[in-house]
Design a protein around this ligand. Sequence first.
Ligand code: ATP
Length: 297
Amino acid sequence: VRLFIKPLERLVRFNEQFQKGMAGFRRFNELLNIDPEIQDKPDAKELEDITGQIYYNDVTFGYDHHSKVLSDIDIEIDAGQTVAFVGPSGAGKSTLCRLLPRFYEIDSGEILIDGESIENFTLNSLRGNIGTVQQDVFLFNGTVEDNIAYGSLDAKEEEIIAAAKKANAHQFILDLENGYNTNIGERGVKLSGGQKQRISIARTFLKDPAILILDEATSSLDNKSEKIIQESLRRLAEDRTTLVIAHRLSTVKNADEIIVLTEDGIAERGCHEKLIQQSDSMYKQLYQREFSEQLVS
Ligand code: ATP
């Protein structure tokens, strides 16, 4: 009976938090910069049981009519594969990833998931199949448990705990004063950057999406914390189609494909071994620069 009532209780609590926390949600939406004009087509269908194959077919997009951030982009990602995007700041890596959950409407071309245009699916089901882990972790004023269950309201307690374990978060949660019932967020216990990230990783494990977008943190966590997070992210990406905005050598090296994006579009693509062998590749320069920085630090 308890398991049955639990999600209902959570729903009520969420409702209260929604009332109180609308300001926070508005901030969250502003952060993502969601275009409120994007809506379901009248005959939109549910995106269900997907393998997670992705195809950007000749995609062009600009935030305004004057300038294009992305032009004629072609990318095919097989189900379960990892693609890493590298390149200079402002090249459009984040933009490219934001187009997949349809936060913006593209100007031309199409984006397909499992062979069908994302515009044919309901926004809810599309976004339900895409998990995002990014630097700015969104936590609201509520318990740890509610924060992990955000987006999976009917989750059972044991599923929440299992997700936290996979995210290497279970132990530190137990060490908080009220464990999973500890209040965090604006008026609760303050968590470290790494702990917040692990909560957000647990949330994504619970959501269990076929597609994952990882915006790797550039801000420095301490070494130990970084290793723990990397390990759980690697686990999270297993068996999911993953798009990574990459800042770390290890992720890039292990990706099935690396795409070097510049303001002029896709400059280079291929796996690490291929790109590193090309004597004059941008990738090789980026790699060597980062590698020498790592050796110094
Ligand atoms: P970084 O590595 O610094 O995150 P990036 O490669 O991810 O960079 P984007 O953030 O996608 O690049 O930005 C691409 C271009 O689009 C930049 O010129 C940026 O100023 C612009 N841009 C990004 N977001 C918006 C927005 N919400 N509205 C208008 N222009 C934007």
